[in-house]
Design a protein around this ligand. Sequence first.
Ligand code: CA
Ligand code: CA
Length: 527
Amino acid sequence: MGCTIAITLLKQFMQVYDFTPVESIDYFCSLLPDIFNEACETVKGVLDVALFELLNSTNNADVICHTLRLCYQDEGQPYCHLFAEPPEGMAKAIRLATAELSVKPKDDPIICEIDGIRDLCEYLDLIDRDKTAKYDSDGDYYSSVANLRGYDWRGKDCSDENGNAYPGRLPDNSDIDYDSNCNGIYGVNPDSGIPYEDELCGDFTNYGIIMIGDSIGAHFHIPPDWVRADVVSADLLKNLTFIAGNELDWPQMSFSTGFINGTWPVVVNSTTNSLYWRMRDRNLCIHRDYQNLAFNGARSATAHEGSVNMTRDDGKDRPAILVYAEFGNDICRSDTGSVDEMTPVDEFTSEVLEYLDYLDTRLPQNSHVILVGLINGTYLYTLMHGHLHPLGELNQDIDYDAWYNWYSCLQIVCPAWTNTNRTEQDLATEHAMELSAALKQIAETADYNRFDVHYLDTPIDEAIALWTGDPSDLIEHVDGLHPSKYAQDLFAQVLWEHIVDEFPEILDPINPNNDKIREIFGDQGGN
Ligand code: CA
Ligand code: CA
C-alpha cells in the first residue's frame, strides 16, 4: 500500500513540476523530516536504477511496485491493483517491465536492518511497544510532553519531563497546598484559611473521563493534503515525526477527550467539542482529568490492553465516567469480509463481561460505564461512492470504488465494509447490530459493585442527520474509513445529548464556583 501511494506521488511530481525521476525522488525525500528523510534517502539508494527506469516508463504504480518486488501476489489470490488493469493484464505487464530493466531489483532485503532505516524502525517500535507515556521520569503515567502517549492522551503532568514541579506549585513549600491532582487549583484561601481545592471543588464528585476504544475513539486522521502532489510541502509535513509519535491519532481533538480546537498543525474550523470538554464546562475542577486509552485496531478481546495503565484507584481517586466504544474491529477483523470471521455474539458477550469484571477491580466506587454500540459501516460506501480519492484528483483516476476494491483485494483495513458489494456490507452491518444488541442486553442486566452500566446507540445515524455539509466530508478522505473531525464533533454532541436526556444523574451538577475558579486560576495552567 505504501509503495503504491509513494510511486503514484513520484509520478505525479514528475507531471506537476516537469521533474526527471531523480529530481522527483529528491523532491519527495526533501519533503520529509528527520528520520523519515533519512529512510527515504536510503530507499532511493537501494532501489536506484530500477526505480529511475520504471518511473520513466508508462507503467502505473501497481505494475511498478510489483516489478520492484515491493508488492507481491499471494498464492491463489488475484493481483491487487489501485489503477485500472493494463490491457495486457497485470502478470504480463509485470513480466514486460521486468524484462526491460537494465538492472534487476534485489530480493526483499530485511528492511529494518538497513542503516538509515533502522532509526525509523526503532522509533516506530518505541511507539508501538506499550501504551504508556514515553517521557515520564517520575513514573506516574502522566507526562508534560504531548505525544508518545503523553498529554494528548492523558491529562498533563504538572511537573516537567525532569520531574520538577512548575514554579508556584512546589510540594516542599509547607505553606501551600500544592497541586497534587494537577487541575490548576491549589493553595489556601487567605481569607477563610481553607484550601481552594476543598472550598471550590469539595461539594462535587468531580468525575473524570476515561475512553476505552479503537482508532475512532483515538481519532485516526491523515491530512488529505499529504497525498495531493500539487499541494504537499515540507511545511505540511514538518510535524510528521510528532504525528507518527501519536500513532497517526489525534486524541486531543477526539469526540471523547478532545481539548483543543485544532488550530495546529492543521486548521479545523470548529471549536473544541468533546465529552471531556462538556464535562469540564460544567465543573472546572475536573480540568485535565481525562485518559484516552483507545488504540488503533482494538476490539472486544483486546480492550484490556489499553487499560493496564489506567490511573484510577479506589479509595484514592475520584470516580470516573468510562466510555467503552469498540466501534468496528470485531467486524473489521474479518480478512475476507465474511461474517464467519467476525467475533461471534457469544464470544463478544463473554469478552465484554470479562472486561467489566476487570473494571470492577479497577474503577473507584460510584463510577459509571457507558457502552456505545458499534458503527454502521454501510455508510462508508453510501457516502463515498462517486467521489474521487485525494490521490486521484490530479488525473481523475482513483475514485472510492477503486480504492475500496483495492482494500478488499489486499484484505486489509476493513474488507467487510470497504468494498463495493452492498450485500456484503449489509451483512457486516447486520452483525454489528447484533453485537450492539448484546451490549444493550449487558447494560440492562449488569450488576457491579463499583459502577453502573448504561448503553447508548452508535451516534453515526444521528450525526449524519444533523450534518448540513457535503456528506462525504463526514468520512476521512485518505483512508476512506474513519469518521472525520466533523463527524467526531457530531458524535460528541449526539452522545452528550443522550447522556443529559437519559441519565443526567451520572453527571456532576454545574459548579457555581466556576467563575471564581476562572478569576483566581485563569486558564488553570492551560492544556
Ligand atoms: Ca509523570
Ligand atoms: Ca488541585
